[in-house]
Design a binder for this molecule. Structure first.
Ligand SMILES: *[C@@H]1O[C@H](CO)[C@@H](O)[C@H](O)[C@H]1NC(C)=O
Ligand SMILES: *[C@@H]1O[C@H](CO)[C@@H](O)[C@H](O)[C@H]1NC(C)=O
Ligand SMILES: *[C@@H]1O[C@H](CO)[C@@H](O)[C@H](O)[C@H]1NC(C)=O
Ligand SMILES: *[C@@H]1O[C@H](CO)[C@@H](O)[C@H](O)[C@H]1NC(C)=O
Length: 354
């Protein structure tokens, strides 16, 4: 029987490309238990592929199949598993058993609300975990220490626990936008222990203040579309490598004086669509900010030294983009030398009344 089956498979493979469905064969496999053909890493032709999925070069594609659970017969040498656009509601303990080589797990757009922390145990090489568009109220616990990228956009996450990220010191990128998160749901020290984190996005949530305690390794912090009312200096403390700070579409009316001094390597600051009454203090002294968006605010006055240092003593890198349009400032009343340190033509966008 075994010989017949192998012959049958070989015949199929020699006829068709690797993406050909092997319906009949799969059917027999399911019926007669997968032990019938033991997995043989030296002979990938004999490895299995779950019913209706496509398996090629250790990539297993099971998207858009209406699956309600993770297929049980995943090839153990899988490196990328794509389960997006299905109807999976729960990830159970044994769902990824044997997948010791898996580096990317895509679960986007399912109905997952439960995640057994034990499910990750076999995944000793997982680097990318994509969980966006599910119904998670919390991130899974015990994520593998090898994880580098976590995307959990558009879930129902209201809590970030200290234990969730603790020790994930290979993490580089975290995306948490579109969750109903509030500051009160973020535990003190929630981001601690991620010593390599370089990018985090928490956009379109219900936070009203910049969370404290981001790792000092951050290069980009994106907090657009929240309900933040103030930039407090303390929340930016220690972020010496921060290069981009996105705070567009919030309700910020105040930027505390010391804020910009706490982020000495900032290059881009997006503060457009807020409620600022004045240009943030510290721009003129800042050595690196090149892009500053202040359009759509409530700025009615601009001082001669708001953007550029007085005199020529302190060097400043010039601006490459500076926007002030849609503010109640009377542009014709601006001092002509206000932008004396902007050398690039077209860098300044003042607005309709130039
Ligand atoms: C978050 O804010 C939106 C409106 O901006 C609201 O509909 C939603 O109920 C809020 N969620 C929570 C958890 O407060
Ligand atoms: C800042 O970036 C540099 C260069 O990438 C790096 O060597 C340094 O460790 C970083 N500092 C922190 C606090 O992460
Ligand atoms: C912030 O700085 C401005 C001048 O740059 C000063 O007038 C103001 O008093 C300062 N505010 C605080 C709270 O220190
Ligand atoms: C703009 O600021 C003025 C005070 O300078 C205030 O009276 C007004 O309500 C503000 N407008 C908005 C839209 O916040």
């Amino acid at each position: 029987m075994k010989a017949t089956l192998i012959f049958f498979l070989l015949a199929q493979v020699s006829w068709a490309g690797p993406f050909e469905q092997r319906g009949l064969f799969d059917f027999m496999l399911e019926d007669e238990a997968s032990g019938l053909i033991p997995y043989d890493p030296d002979n990938p032709l004999v490895s299995m592929c779950p019913y209706r999925c496509q398996c090629h070069l250790r990539v297993v594609q099971c998207s858009d199949l209406g699956l309600e659970k993770v297929p049980f017969d995943l090839p153990p040498d899988t490196t990328l598993l794509d389960l997006q656009n299905n109807k999976i509601t729960e990830i159970k303990e044994g769902d990824f058993k044997n997948l010791k080589d898996l580096h990317t797990l895509i679960l986007v757009n399912n109905k997952i609300s439960k995640f057994s922390p034990e499910a990750f145990k076999p995944l000793r090489k997982l680097e990318r975990l994509y969980l966006s568009k599910n119904q998670l109220k919390e991130l899974p616990e015990k994520m593998p220490k090898t994880l580098q990228e976590l995307r959990a956009h558009d879930n129902e996450i209201t809590k970030l626990r200290k234990s969730t990220f603790n020790g994930l010191n290979n993490m580089l990128v975290i995306e948490l936008g579109g969750n109903p998160l509030k500051n009160s749901g973020i535990e003190n020290g929630a981001f601690q222990g991620m010593d390599s984190l370089s990018y985090i996005r928490i956009s379109d949530t219900n936070i009203t203040a910049i969370p404290q305690g981001f790792p000092t390794s951050l290069f980009e912090l994106h907090l657009d579309g929240n309900k933040i009312t103030k930039v407090d200096a303390a929340s930016l403390k220690g972020l010496i490598n921060l290069s981009k700070l996105g705070l567009s579409f919030n309700s910020i009316s105040v930027v505390e004086n010391r804020s910009l001094a706490n982020v000495p390597h900032l290059r881009e600051l997006h503060l457009d669509h807020n409620k600022l009454l004045r240009v943030p203090a510290g721009l003129a002294e800042h050595k690196h900010i090149q892009v500053i968006y202040l359009h759509n605010n409530n700025i009615s006055e601009v001082g001669q030294n708001d953007f550029c240092p007085a005199g020529y003593s302190s060097k400043r890198i010039s601006y490459s983009a500076l926007s002030l349009y849609s503010n109640p400032v009377r542009y014709w009343q601006l001092f002509p030398n206000t932008f004396r340190c902007v050398y690039l033509r077209g860098a300044i966008q003042l607005g309709n009344y130039k």
